[in-house]
Design a protein. Structure first.
Length: 347
């Protein structure tokens, strides 16, 4: 339990630094400069493409403990890169990406390439930390997971080097991430979009102030911090654990919220709190009402504080989940894309 609380506290600290950095680039978050329709299509494309890559990797590679970038975490990191970059731009440049679909395609494709690499880098580093300390409780330092300048430079040239660039956790070869030309090919991107175009945008993104210098904190990280072998909610709310089913449901809800530009205004911890509350409410292993669950989840993440603004934001997210996200886990129709999903013309 101490390790769980320590991990959550470290995430909140990183989240605060992440939000402060974002405010330095753009205050307040100008979500109106984003094309919500294109962004929704991009997020859907991210999920379907990463899922397809994951299935392909699972069918061809032996089981491994190495960091696997073909998962939902990569999608959330990629979306964060895309959103933060656009919201940090001067209004004239941002307007271009709202109306120029080829430019938006190129940017979105590049963010996916970088997002998978950043997610793999962070997963591998976390794995090395766990190996170094064994099963002992630890608190991640405030300066943890910093990206070295050499790593950023290597990422600038990521597409021109061998596909596997991340350092494995245990001395074996890392999972190979598709390079720019491969991503362009499997996404059926327009022929006018070249590998050199992607490399140019890579340099632009990694050189921008919005590019993360440490681990990108997403709502999924708070779910991961509460994961355990079984679900348990203590009466005092100090300890909450999520079993596999509840963790998957919370993650699914967070995946769905990621598609809606509305939720960019909320902290990842707030989105996680609402999603976890709903996952526990829908669980067969928990018998509590919504208000009681919300109180306990808030306590487990934010501690014993009574912040009216925080509670109001959590209620707003919950309201959107209640209205727009059904509880069935098989409600979404899975479609593997055969072409890039961003339209070249306005719909």
């Amino acid at each position: 339990m101490a390790a769980q609380m320590s991990n959550v506290d470290a995430l909140l600290e990183r989240e605060a630094r992440q939000l402060n950095s974002a405010r330095d680039c753009a205050t307040p978050i100008p979500t109106s400069r984003l094309n919500a329709v294109w962004r929704q299509k991009v997020i859907h494309w991210y999920f379907t493409l990463v899922s397809a890559l994951g299935r392909q990797h699972a069918s061809t590679a032996p089981p491994s403990n190495n960091a696997n970038p073909f998962n939902r975490a990569s999608v959330h990191v990629s979306a964060s890169l895309l959103d933060n970059y656009l919201m940090s731009l001067p209004s004239e440049r941002a307007l271009r990406y709202k109306h120029d679909s080829p430019a938006y395609q190129l940017l979105a494709t590049t963010c996916l390439l970088l997002g998978m690499r950043l997610a793999q880098h962070d997963q591998a580093k976390e794995s090395r930390k766990r190996e170094a300390v064994g099963n002992e409780d630890q608190q991640v330092g405030a300066g943890g997971l910093k990206r070295a300048k050499t790593h950023r430079t290597n990422m600038n040239r990521a597409s021109a080097t061998p596909e596997s660039t991340a350092t494995p956790a245990s001395g074996t070869s890392a999972v190979a991430i598709p390079n720019a030309s491969t991503i362009l090919r499997i996404s059926a991107a327009p022929k006018a979009m070249s590998e050199q175009d992607v490399l140019a945008v890579v340099r632009d993104i990694t050189g921008a102030r919005s590019f993360p210098r440490s681990k990108v904190v997403t709502a999924l990280d708070f779910v991961d911090a509460l994961c355990a072998t079984s679900t348990h909610v203590s009466e005092d709310g100090i300890h909450i654990s999520l079993g596999p089913e509840e963790a998957e449901e919370a993650s699914r809800l967070i995946d769905t919220l990621l598609r809606d530009v509305t939720f960019l205004s909320y902290r990842p911890s707030v989105v996680a709190c609402a999603a976890i509350t709903f996952a526990l409410l829908r669980s067969d292993h928990v018998n509590m009402d919504m208000a009681s669950l919300r109180q306990r989840v808030c306590h487990s993440i934010f501690g014993p504080q009574d912040d009216a603004a925080l509670q109001a934001n959590i209620l707003k997210v919950e309201s959107n989940i209640h209205v727009g996200v059904p509880s069935s886990r098989n409600n979404a129709r899975r479609v593997v894309p055969t072409a890039h999903l961003i339209p070249l013309e306005e719909e």
